[in-house]
Ligand binder design. Sequence first.
Ligand SMILES: [Zn+2]
Length: 448
Amino acid sequence: MQKNCLRWPAERLRGWWSVPAGRALLWLAIVAASVLEGHAQSIGPVPTVSATLLRPAAVFDGQNLHPGWVVLVENDKITAVGPVAEVALPPGGRPLDLPGLTLLPGLIEGHSHLLLHPYNETSWNDQVLLESQALRVARATVHAQRTLLAGFTTARDLGSEGAGYADVGLKQAIDKGIIPGPRLLVATRALVATGSYGPKLATDLDVPQGAQEADGVGGIVRAVREQIGKGADLIKVYADYRWGPNGTAQPTFSQDELTLIVQTARSAGRGVVAHASTPEGMRRATLAGVETIEHGDEGTPEIFRLMKQRGVALCPTVAAGDATSQYKGWKKGKEPQPPRIQQKHLSMQAALKAGVALAMGGDVGVFAHGDNAREMEQLVLDYGLTPLQVLRQATSGNARIFHLADRGSIRPGLLADLVAVAGDPTQDVRAVRNVQLVMKGGVLYRQP
Ligand SMILES: [Zn+2]
């Protein structure tokens, strides 16, 4: 049966070839196939020659803007940077002129969920309960590409939200060059205290949760080690969640549990990040020794002083609350801010006053992947940070907070992860949306 099947197409093709109309159809198929193949090649990554001298209008090196500087890339690294007269192009290298563009270190997204898509398309509950892992992964490959092409060459992906260890596979597919995407730091399943997270349906139904439930000494140690064993680069814990009376946010894990999570992860060389919005959740997470606190919406001056003192950074995710408030009907710019956004402004003022280090991360996935710049724009336009502050956060700042010594700045020896945007983003942060060139590890994924 199988042999007959194999012989059938050749016989059928010979039959078609014998009549003129059939021949024309076959030629059309051959031409279409070759055009499609050529097209596939032209949109793939373009390896650079061994040395490329990038000549933009200016270089933002992760700290400051330098008009007239150029950057030399050899293989996957930056090998020289400085004024045009001081950097020579090695023999056989090629210059790449980028007139009117500002060259930046590849941007670093601090809080993404590649396995989620915007909640105004499909609610979080339905994504976790109704979408297959295959569907979610297929979407995530597109999300990864959009993130990279938006200039974000690294992303800290903070939880698969019910998609198990799919983020580990996604990271492997990117690293192997199977799909384009940012370099990923993945948190895998994330940890929640039993009963605190969702989805929640009828009380007599046990439904799959958006994160791994773990409690007590034995349960927590085992869960942290399991996630690390399966590929977690860091551990994410929900230090509080909306499980209080009337759906208010309340702390979840005890101080001892949080401390044990941090100790167990740290002994395996991993840091811990905490989702926390309540002062008590933030306090416990800070005292436990987490590296960053995500959201921090109800942070008080006292809590931010403690974070500053303990060297804990805040990733405020202002864009997430902005997006979900609009999904709930807020007409931004036309209506007064809802209480949640007013509270966010108060907490951000307190964080800035206390001098807490800020990581740049928007909780992208709540809103569309590729729209990562939304957080940077809002930090400037809604929260009063300067474009330079936000650019530093998204590059050298995030690299420092996430312990990524090989990126985040334009310096000899660092990875050639580079982005060129039209205009000067140190003057108008919205320029980061106008991405003209994306290079990751010396490979061009987008060029003018
Ligand atoms: Zn998140």
